[in-house]
Each structure stands twice: as C-alpha cells, then as structure tokens.
Design a protein around this ligand. Structure first.
Ligand SMILES: [Zn+2]
Length: 310
C-alpha cells in the first residue's frame, strides 16, 4: 500500500441495481458493493440513494486507511457530460438531475457524471478487449443496442449527450416496431429481447435469445431463420457503423455476445460481405463483463483529476 493509497469512488447506476467500487489509479479494484436502485420510488429517492452510497464508499475507503480523491457516476439514458446533468432516463426516471454537482458537494471531492454504455466502452477500450487499439466501437447488445465510439481513450458524447444510439439505425423499413416509436430499428430486430420475442411470435413458445442460439445450433429451422435475420440486421448496422467510424476494433458486449462463436462466426462473414472499400474491423467479445460500466465510471473520475491538475 502506498503512503497515500488513493482510490476513486465509482458507481454504475442501472434500472434495477447499482454496481459500486473503490478503484485505484491503475484500474485495480480494491472493494465492490451492489445496491438496489429502487427506481419505482421515483427519481429524487434514487438520487438520494446514489449520494448515500457514494458517501458510504468514501467513508469505507477512509476507514480502510485509503484516501478517496474523486467520484465517478454513470447512468443510463441521455447524459450531458459537459454540464454533469442526467437529462433523461426511461428506466430510472431522471429529468435534468444535476448529479455531478450534487455528488461533488456531498462528498467534497471532484466528481464526474457519464453515460453507462459510453463508460463501458471507455473501459473496454482502455483496460479490456480494445486495449491494443486506438479507435474502438463498443456495442452493447442486451434489452436494447447502444454503442460507444472511443478514440484515443475518450468516448464521443455528441452535441446533445446522445451519441452512439446505433440501436436506432434504420435497418428494416416497415419492420418490427421499436421502443422509440419508429419501425425497423436495429434493436427491434437484433437485440436479445427482439430475438426472443420474434421466435416466440413464430413458434408460440416464450424463448430467450440464448435458447434461440442453442436451438439454431441444434438445427431447429425456425430458430435458424430467426438467428440469421438477427445476425444479418446486426451486420447491416455494423457496416453503417464502420462507414461512419472506420474503427480498427469492434468490441461486442452485453448478453448476446455470450453466444460466442454462434454469433461471431456468421456475423464476421455477413459484415465482410457488406464492406466494399472499407477495411474490415477486428470483431471481438468484451473482456470486462458487467464490471465495464463501473470501471468506466472510475476512469471518468480519474480523467477529471488529471484535467484539474493540468
Ligand atoms: Zn428505435
């Protein structure tokens, strides 16, 4: 332990749970905690819990002889990172909550607020599967599909805090209805939930995407078809991503990436077929699992410190 064993307080707030940690400047985690978000209690109560948990973590660090030096919090939805405001979130209920200022005031420490998927992408690009590459597209595929474009170790936020929403690239005009209200979005075809839903519609049996992958591998013709449709739409989305970003590495995370070779094999082939003069990116599975968002929150906190000391 160094003389002033410095740590940052990191929180990844999701719709159901918060993943929290104390993280050293080298990215190693010294302590983790999980808490319920309790989103049904409303956004004010959730913000209160975030601040309580963050303060508790800083206290835990001090009790263990460590020095908390900054705090990073990441949340889902639309996040204005420049102003430190959680602008909008469907599953946590935030509307213009100035979380960075609230956390900074409560903890008496420099604080950073970020977006969960962009933070996860940052962690994968700097510490995980994309660490050899300078230009990375991280794509999280679960209930929805969202991405982070990381260049030189920082994730683009967009002008309105909404960069990386590749789940809403139009891939199948007139196709299935998306949660955003339009039809034919990538996540309405290729998200894990969409794959399970499509198979259930056609077979009448409720099914998860993982089961569809298993059944497709076992030769169930309906599952083969649903899986093929999803992989092809995903390849369309990634080809659009490559046209826009020209990255060297695409890191796939979220539940669907756990399908492993059943996903990566046909997806690489389908993506290759769609690229003409663009270079084919390396397509790899995420390394950090569900820790990525929390580690990304820690990186944002450390980046804030680095900026302040400049
Ligand atoms: Zn959409």
């Amino acid at each position: 332990m160094s003389e002033r064993d410095e740590v940052v307080v990191a929180l990844d707030v999701g719709g159901t749970g918060m993943k929290c940690a104390l993280v050293r400047p080298d990215g190693s985690t010294v302590h983790t905690e999980r808490h319920a978000t309790g989103a049904q209690r409303g956004p004010e109560a959730v913000a209160g819990t975030i601040l309580d948990v963050a303060e508790g973590l800083a206290g835990k660090a001090r009790a263990d002889g460590r020095t908390p030096v900054a705090c990073g919090i990441v949340v889902p939805g639309v996040v204005d990172e420049a102003r430190g405001v959680a602008v909008w979130s469907a599953n946590v209920g935030f509307r213009d909550v100035p979380l960075r200022e609230l956390a900074g005031t409560r903890l008496g420490l420099p604080a950073a607020l970020g977006h969960d998927v962009r933070a996860g992408g940052l962690a994968e690009a700097r510490l995980g599967a994309g660490r050899e590459a300078d230009q990375v597209l991280f794509v999280a595929i679960g209930t929805g599909i969202a991405a982070a474009h990381v260049v030189g170790g920082s994730a683009a936020t967009g002008a309105h805090g909404a960069a990386g929403e590749i789940g809403h690239i139009l891939v199948r005009p007139g196709g299935p209805r998306c949660g955003c209200g339009r039809t034919g979005c990538l996540e309405a075809v290729s998200s894990a939930s969409a794959i399970g839903r499509r198979y259930a519609e056609l077979s009448g049996a409720p099914t998860t995407a993982a089961e569809v992958a298993d059944r497709a591998a076992a030769g169930d013709p309906l599952a083969v078809e649903v899986w093929r449709e999803a992989v092809e739409a995903l390849a369309d989305g990634l080809a659009t991503g490559q046209a826009l970003y020209d990255v060297s590495t695409v890191v796939l995370g979220g539940g669907l990436a756990q399908a492993g070779p059943r996903l990566f094999g046909p997806l690489r082939t389908a993506l290759r077929e769609r690229l003409t003069f663009h270079r084919e990116p390396r397509l790899v599975a995420a390394d950090l699992g569900d820790e990525a968002g929390c580690l990304g929150a820690a990186l944002l906190a450390l980046d804030t410190l680095a900026k302040e000391s400049r």
